[in-house]
Write a protein that binds this ligand. Structure first.
Ligand code: PEP
Ligand code: MG
Length: 817
């Protein structure tokens, strides 16, 4: 039986970890939550029986209907007040009902004398799971806050009269359930109370533990069983099944594919993790082990030390922004992992030091992951090692700073930990080469976004290269030349100069408007997915934002952002663009982008289901809130709105009605430009009627390609087919251009192909006048477009339309280089 707990008083709900007493913060008194009270009347959080009121009346213990014991401990160290300021309204053995007054506390005098008024409420008996909803928020007395459920018996019997659910799915994620998907599964389960497990090849993992999920070694194509038990087991099981089946957006995070290394004597071969070329001197980078003592200073002191160090690391991870934020979020979840913590706490209870316990817990989990034999999962061990190192450094007060390389060095190390990356990048290394690791390791993702060439898995031999030796690191060709001959060095230097000159020239001209050689103006905009990205995009040359993916506001949280929060976020993007146009795309969730707290039914085929504008139109309240937030947040001269996944003018008309109502409710008279994305073959074919009613069209080439070619954009088995330059897709773009021309509307492209300078030739030739690209691609894209002239683009586009395959189109482009 599950018992729901309600707030016993009004106040600020806190996670137990925030209680400044390790006995509670480290759950030695059990799991639960705490409240910083705003009133002194303490009420029963559910129907129960009073087991004991403390003689000093500062705490009361209740027996719940499912047998669990619940402690309400008013304030910290309040026993010392010997009952002053506390009045008991119940006595031992008395049955109480939800909301009945248990104690009354004179808050002011107690606050003046006690360490704190923060009141932990914990389940002290073994064998129960406590699920807490929504801490760090203000609560009223009686607000539902948590559930207490008996744990399954060892036989796994389900005699609790509650929901159970299970389903079996195949894992489509290209890299299986590695750290990022595991972190997202854990986050997606937060709104649910059910106990959840994932089982594959005979192993069952707690789905709320990232470490347990990693240790299960779930790979691409594995059949897994998702099982839930608890009041919302069905919904939680369906949400996780949908999340995994829809690919979790994993294709967007893939590092560049390893390229085959050329066979050449004397070269060290590795795997390209970040492209580029570097010449420099070897700098061997070694992380020394931090010594820890095994014996602790007693469980209370060691628990307190662990809690404090965890608190600091969690705060560091939360503050992280930029390209490292995703990785920090994965680390955050690892630091908070229930299984890691319970393994460490177990050792601390046996008398070990916190540092020793943490290291042992990490090592045994790392071994479990290694035992899976899965190369991609094994790459994630670097993340575990990283949080081991950071935590131990805090616990023993060690200085983890390592000698930094001089600018221009080629840094060589066994494996690069993500936390090492920032100082290394700041030291301006020219390139990085690791003996181990893989191209999808987090440090590799950071190197790619910082533009530092990186080679991984080059073998232990690289660790013997002497410091100061001149080498050439050619990540594009996946080789390191440890002793380049003069000719090879000169050739590399010439190529490097050429690349640098080109990049510098592209960057210096990037802030100017983009005009083709024949004088045709092409707008180059940026795709954005966070308010912090806007200003950096402008400095890379973005002339506006052609696609704001508003999903960023809706992910990784427990409820939808309200109008004010959305309004502030859109206003921040607009401010970052400093007056430039901002095209806000309405929420495009569903399909490969589910959100756990919104009402998505389980769909057999979500890519063809209730996604994009279909979802918004069936949730008009949500769309109205978003329209109002956009209209309020984005200054009118900058504001344009765009609808995703439109099929025909009926959807556009329905959305326009809601937009007009939102405008009227805000007293805004001037209509705001409303455009549609062309991402379905239907929309491309009906572009003329859409263009009649829309203010602009923008091709979502990622989806248009997957729907035109019937090739799932998230399925690695058909990844090579998903080419937006396929002539079938080009015909649809040509049709959209014709529709746009008929009604004198502009046509843009905001899918991935817009970032490809070579493809610009064809897209512009087909009639596209705006390209919205990833910010980093903008300088090179602008340079390429400036060199084009319209007659040549049109001629090439015509030839591309007559091609039979994507390969033929690509061959045409090669002929133009
Ligand atoms: C597209 O489909 O090309 C597009 C830009 O939208 P998204 O990638 O967000 O689905
Ligand atoms: Mg799309």
């Amino acid at each position: 039986m599950i018992v729901r707990l309600h707030a016993p008083m009004a106040g600020w709900a806190l996670d137990l970890g925030q209680v400044s007493d390790p006995v509670f913060a480290d759950r030695m008194m059990g799991e639960g939550f705490a409240i910083d009270p705003l009133d002194g009347v303490i009420r029963a959080p559910c129907d129960a029986t009073v087991i004991a009121v403390a003689p000093t009346r500062h705490s009361v213990t209740l027996k719940l209907a499912n047998g669990a014991d619940l402690l309400i401990h008013v304030g910290l160290e309040t026993v010392a007040l010997a009952g002053d300021g506390f009045t008991a309204r119940v006595s031992d053995g008395e049955p109480v009902v939800l909301g009945q007054v248990l104690l009354e506390v004179d808050l002011d005098p107690v606050a003046a004398r006690a360490k704190s008024l923060v009141t932990p409420i914990t389940v002290t008996s073994e064998g129960f799971a406590v699920t807490v909803h929504g801490t760090d928020t203000r609560v009223q007395a009686g607000a539902p806050l948590a559930e207490v459920a008996p744990l399954a018996t060892s036989e796994g019997t389900t005699d609790l009269g509650e929901d159970t659910a299970r389903c079996t799915i195949r894992v489509p994620l290209p890299s299986g359930i590695h750290a990022r998907p595991a972190a997202r599964i854990v986050a997606a389960l937060k709104p649910f109370a059910a106990e959840m497990t994932l089982s594959a090849h005979g192993k069952t993992a707690n789905a709320r533990s990232i470490v347990a999920l990693l240790s299960a070694g779930i790979r691409h194509g594995d059949e897994i069983e998702i099982a839930g038990r608890g009041p919302d087991a069905r919904a939680a099981t369906a949400a996780i099944a949908a999340l995994i089946e829809q690919g979790m957006g994993e294709e967007a995070h893939q590092s560049p594919a390893p390229v085959a290394a050329p066979a050449a004597d004397g070269l060290i071969h590795g795997v390209r993790a970040a492209p580029g070329l570097a010449i420099g001197r070897v700098f061997q980078f070694r992380a020394s082990d931090i010594a820890v003592t095994e014996q602790g200073n007693g469980p209370a002191a060691e628990s307190a030390a662990l809690a404090a160090a965890r608190g600091r690391l969690l705060a560091i991870a939360e503050d992280s922004t930029g390209p490292g934020a995703d990785i920090a979020a994965a680390h955050h979840t690892l630091i908070d992992d229930p299984e890691l913590l319970s393994a460490a706490r177990h050792l601390i209870a046996e008398g070990k030091s916190a540092a020793f316990a943490w290291r042992s817990a990490i090592h045994s989990h790392a071994e479990a992951i290694r035992a899976t034999g899965d190369r991609l999962l094994i790459e994630r061990i670097a993340d575990l090692k990283d949080i081991e190192r950071q935590m131990i450094a805090l616990l023993v007060g060690a200085d983890t700073a390592m000698p930094l390389p001089p600018p221009g060095a080629i840094l060589i190390t066994d494996e690069l930990l993500p936390s090492h990356f920032a100082p290394i990048a700041a030291a301006q290394v020219a390139g990085i080469c690791t003996a181990f690791g893989g191209p999808t390791a987090h440090a590799a993702i950071l190197a790619a976004s910082a533009g530092i060439p990186m080679l991984v898995a080059a073998g232990p031999g690289v660790l013997d290269l002497p410091d100061g030796e001149d080498v050439v690191l050619d990540a594009d060709r996946a080789v390191l030349d440890p002793a380049p001959r003069t000719a090879a060095r000169e050739a590399a230097a010439a190529r490097l100069i050429h690349l640098r000159d080109r990049n510098a020239a592209d960057a210096s001209a990037a802030r100017q408007d983009c005009v083709m050689a024949d004088g045709t103006r092409i707008e180059i905009f940026a795709n954005l997915a966070a308010s912090t990205e806007a200003a950096p995009a402008v400095s890379l040359g973005a002339e506006g934002c052609g696609l704001l993916r508003t999903e960023f506001l809706f992910h990784d949280r427990m409820s939808a952002p309200d109008e004010d929060e959305q309004c502030a976020a859109y206003a921040a993007v607009a401010a970052g663009l400093a007056g430039r146009p901002l095209i806000v795309r309405t929420l495009d969730i569903g399909g490969d982008k589910p959100v756990a707290y919104l009402p998505f039914p389980h769909e057999e085929n979500p890519a063809l289901g209730a996604r994009g504008i279909r979802f918004s139109l069936s949730n008009p309240g949500l769309l109205d809130t978003q329209f109002r937030a956009i209209l309020r947040g984005v200054p009118a001269p900058q504001c344009r709105i765009m609808l995703p996944m439109v099929v025909d003018a009926g959807e556009l008309a329905a959305a326009r009605t809601i937009l007009d109502q939102a405008r009227a409710s805000l007293g805004i008279e001037t209509p705001v430009p409303l455009g549609v994305m062309i991402e379905t073959p239907a929309a491309a074919l009906l572009a003329t009627s859409l263009a009649r009613d829309a203010d602009f069209l923008s091709i979502g080439s990622n989806d248009l390609t997957q729907y035109a070619l019937a090739a799932d954009r998230g399925n690695p088995a058909v990844a090579a087919m998903v080419d937006a330059l396929h002539p079938a897709v080009l015909h649809l773009i040509a049709r959209a251009a014709e529709g746009a021309r008929t009604h004198a509307r502009w046509l843009g492209v905001c899918g991935g192909i817009a970032s490809d300078p070579a493809a610009a030739l064809i897209l512009i030739g087909l009639g596209v006048t705006e390209l919205s690209a990833t910010p980093a691609a903008i300088p090179a894209l602008k340079a390429a477009v400036r060199a084009l002239d319209m007659p040549a683009c049109r001629a090439l586009a015509a030839r591309a339309l007559s091609a039979a395959t994507a390969a033929e189109v690509r061959a045409l482009l090669e002929g133009t280089e």
